[in-house]
Design a protein. Structure first.
Length: 146
């Protein structure tokens, strides 16, 4: 199976899509579109590499982006997250990774991945990300990155 990191043609949200699908729907704006019309940033046979590439793209960190395609294996996304500068930036990248993988996520999901990404006091950092407006709580105990 092939995976591509794409951007929605309407709102620009980056996400992972299976390339065999002819169309896809954007979880942010709801638009359905042909994958051929979406901007492709990266393509691979590995879902883990696609996650790493998405994390790197969303981080805005050019050093991390240069590593896309160099990482393999199960911890590629975690290594990408660890390379992101500050705690809040890293927390937002963790939230975006979880939102891409799961849609909305629990604080336990966040704490587990954040701990692997060397975020100190993940529960407090998640609260800071919510306060900063980078993560929102669509229903009690569930979170989603913007």
């Amino acid at each position: 199976m092939r995976y591509a990191v794409i951007s929605c043609p309407r709102c620009g949200r980056n996400r992972i899509a299976e390339t065999k699908s002819g169309t896809s729907g954007c979880p942010s704006c709801g638009r359905r579109f042909e994958l051929a019309k979406a901007r492709r940033h990266f393509e691979t046979d590995s879902q883990e590499q696609a996650r790493f590439a998405l994390t790197a793209l969303n981080s805005g960190n050019s050093d991390t982006r240069e590593k896309v395609g160099e990482q393999t294996g199960e911890d590629g996304d975690v290594q990408a997250l660890k390379s992101i500068g500050g705690q809040l930036e890293r927390a937002v990248a963790v939230a975006k990774t979880l939102s891409t993988d799961k849609g909305d996520f629990s604080s336990e999901d966040f704490i587990e991945l954040a701990a692997r990404a060397d975020i100190k006091n993940p529960a407090k950092v998640l609260e800071s990300a919510v306060d900063a407006g980078d993560v929102f709580e669509p229903k009690p105990g569930r979170y989603r990155a913007l």
